[in-house]
Write a protein that binds this ligand. Sequence first.
Ligand code: M6R
Length: 369
Amino acid sequence: EKGGYDYFMLKEIAEQPKAVADTLLGRIGASGELTLDEIRIPAAELREATKVVIVACGTAFHAGLIAKYAIEHWTRVPCEVELASEFRYRDPILDQRTLVVAVSQSGETMDTLMALRHAREQGARVLAICNTNGSTIPRESDAVLYTHAGPEVAVASTKAFLTQVAACYLLALYLGQVRGTQWGDEIRAVVRDLAQIAGQVERVLATMEPVRELARSLAGKDTVLFLGRHVGYPVALEGALKLKELAYMHAEGFAAGELKHGPIALIEEDLPVVVVVPSPRGRSVLHGKIVSNIQEIRARGARTIVIAEEGDEAVVPYADHLVRIPATPTLLQPMVAAVPLQVFACELATARGNEVDQPRNLAKSVTVE
Ligand code: M6R
């Protein structure tokens, strides 16, 4: 049932191109328009929404953090992302014109369920992005957009994450389409690029041997830090979460711009720091800033593990280890950049003798608050 792989996690990492392709299938029309008829929330209501609030936990929360960049950029609708476990305890401001998006692989996460119940009590519309047909969260929502990742067995979420990001982007583009804002050449181009993503994930997967080797060489370390900017920041958080739950190592993700506000004090000789580098094309200001960050930490002794797109030569002098990913538009980069981090955590866990599919103290779906 593991399809020849040692662990479900390895199988599920390998299934990501298909999972992403299946999630996009039938939802993008020939001329680049989105056909999400399954969202039964009337277009008029989506047009009138004044705010999007995403609630989720763990890896699904990181998908939500990424989605915020896409939703605000393409639709100009303000978007908040909140940990489901915090949401209802702070008396959030919600009304009929708030679209609450609950993201959950299992559809059974109690924190997320309680958050969506609270939202509906306040009159908000709730849309679930979920991987499990007929589970509680979609049943209690007004509408559902299913991710088609197939069953995810390993506790560490991988293919569900990529499809959550894909589904959130479909929603963002659809909202843009329905509202008519920013629906122009850029969105059409993004839809085309989105359709290429599965193939690019496949290419990343084919080049992971050096990442595995690097992971094995770091098995004796205590700490790994992750840095990113813009959508690379949630990717850094996700890389750190994977390492915590699988390798039982101290791992933290930071927004690279925050380094000088505290975390840079953690840098010491030979500390591994993974840096997710945005594309040098597009938002080039971001790229320049992160190259300076890499220089700063390296000057203080960090061992830099740089994830950068093919053709980005500016990072080469400062990378102790360089992991190449295909060039994508900035907003789509998380879907390729997250993959080496998954492989890295899985291999490190194996090297440390940990149970990859069933990490200690964790359950696949957390059905208690
Ligand atoms: O089933 P859900 O997507 O609601 O689960 C949310 C989190 O519990 C889950 O993503 C968890 O963080 C994973 N084990 C991370 O790999």
